[in-house]
Structures are given as C-alpha cells and as structure tokens.
Design a binder for this molecule. Structure first.
Ligand SMILES: NC(=O)c1ccc[n+]([C@@H]2O[C@H](COP(=O)([O-])OP(=O)(O)OC[C@H]3O[C@@H](n4cnc5c(N)ncnc54)[C@H](OP(=O)(O)O)[C@@H]3O)[C@@H](O)[C@H]2O)c1
Length: 212
C-alpha cells in the first residue's frame, strides 16, 4: 500500500516506521518536510520512505494516517486539502487533550463532541476510523501483549475491516469495534483517564486492555 502520514510527531514517525517495516511505502507529511528530525527518521525507517508537505502526503496515500496535534486538526486539513482525503480510509489517532489548566488534562471538545466526529464532518467523503488514540506510541507496533485488542470506531464497515487487518499485521490480536464515529467521544474520553493512570504508575508505556 501507499500510505500517507499526516504528522511528524512520535505517532506519525512510529506508525510510518511500522508501515514501512511491513513492506508498505510511506510519505510522511509536515510543515517542514526537510527537517533534520525527518532525515533521521528516514534513515532509521529504511525501506520506501519519503517526506513532503501535508498536501503531498495526503495526495500520495491510498490510505491515510491522520496524526497532528489535536488543536491543529483544522489547520492540517486546510493545508492537506479536503479533496485529497475523498474516498480514502483515514486512520485518526488524534486526541483533544486540554492542558490549559495544567496537569492532568481535560478535553477541549467536552463530552458532547470529539475530534473523530469533527474530522468526519469536515471530510464527509473520507472513511474515518478512530484507532490508536487510546494507546501510547510505544505500543502501537508490537504492543507487547499478543492478546491485546485495539478499540476502534467509524461509520464504514469495510474500512474498519481493513484497519483490523492492519492491526493484526502490527501484532495486535485484532480490533474491538465499538460502533460508528459518534462513539469517538468515548475513545477520546478514555485518554484523560489514561494520563491519570500513567502518572500514578509513573509509566508512559502503560496501556488499557479489555479482558473478556
Ligand atoms: N504521543 C502519543 O503516544 C500519542 C498516543 C495516542 C494518540 N496521540 C495523539 O496523536 C496525535 C499526534 O501525537 P504526536 O505526539 O505524534 O504529535 P503532536 O506533537 O501532538 O503533533 C505533532 C504534529 O502536529 C503538527 N502541528 C502542530 N501544530 C500545528 C499547527 N499549528 N499547524 C499545523 N500542524 C501543526 C506538527 O506539524 P509539523 O510536522 O509541521 O511540525 C506535527 O506534524 C495527537 O493528536 C495526540 O494527542 C498521541
């Protein structure tokens, strides 16, 4: 697959490496595609990688990973160009963490909305699947527990099936599909709780797992 990654933070870099290590080709998008950190990323990732603007990465990918800072969602969609998302699976990793009152964070969307829903509203022709937002980047590829399943949601059944296949490639047991994109608010609400647990455990590698 040709994968466009929109985001040059830990999530974009980690998932980019993950896709490359499983034989896919990746273009990672950023406002500064020629930065030193992305040169290092390309060297480490090996395989078929390139970097570009958000717009170049969005038009490159048959499938897209959307991984900007939560408060930059509008800006990045604007820079990437809505038409470049049309008809594509968009794996949305974003969180609406609000640190304006310090630690621990709240949610700047409140509980009546979410970034997943907002992204789907802004990109009605895209197949948005909320995925990876509830786990730390250190566990996104090879989570370290062969029975762990990822919580996902989205409106398009085929897109969710494809994302579940990708999760298996990455070492997850599979996905727990909690429903349509309106459920994204509950996946995003898990994350302020996760921060509290991680602080208490003093481990950013901590992860929730559903036992059943
Ligand atoms: N870190 C984790 O372990 C983790 C885990 C689960 C979910 N998440 C969520 O996944 C998303 C990515 O997280 P992250 O830690 O990888 O990176 P991040 O620091 O949250 O975001 C970095 C990306 O946001 C872009 N960005 C920031 N401000 C911008 C602006 N004003 N206009 C345009 N672009 C802007 C940056 O663009 P440039 O490339 O141009 O600098 C960069 O690509 C976040 O929503 C986060 O909450 C993170």
């Amino acid at each position: 697959m040709k994968v466009g990654i929109l985001g040059s933070g830990d999530v974009g870099k980690t998932l980019g490496k993950g896709f490359v290590s499983h034989g896919h080709s990746v273009k990672l998008g950023s406002r500064t595609p020629d930065s030193e950190k992305l040169k290092v990323w390309r060297k480490e990732a090996q395989g078929e990688t390139s970097t570009g603007t958000f717009s170049e990465a969005a038009s490159y990918g048959d499938i897209l990973v959307f991984a900007p800072l939560g408060s930059a969602v509008d800006d990045v969609i604007g820079l990437a160009g809505a038409k470049n998302f049309a008809g594509k699976i968009v794996i949305d990793t974003t969180n609406a963490l609000d640190f304006s009152k310090g630690m621990p964070p709240g949610l700047f969307t409140g509980l009546a909305d979410s970034l997943g829903e907002k992204i789907q509203r802004k990109l009605p022709q895209a197949k948005v699947v909320k995925c990876f937002n509830t786990v730390p980047n250190s566990r996104m590829i090879s989570p370290g527990d062969k029975t762990a399943e990822m919580l996902i949601c989205g409106n398009d059944a085929e897109a969710k099936h494809k994302v579940a296949q990708i999760l298996k490639e990455f070492g997850w047991a599979g996905a727990i599909d909690i429903g349509g994109i309106t459920e994204a608010k509950w996946l995003e609400a898990l994350v302020p709780l996760w921060v509290r647990a991680a602080v208490s455990l003093n481990s950013w590698n901590a992860m929730f797992k559903v036992i059943h």
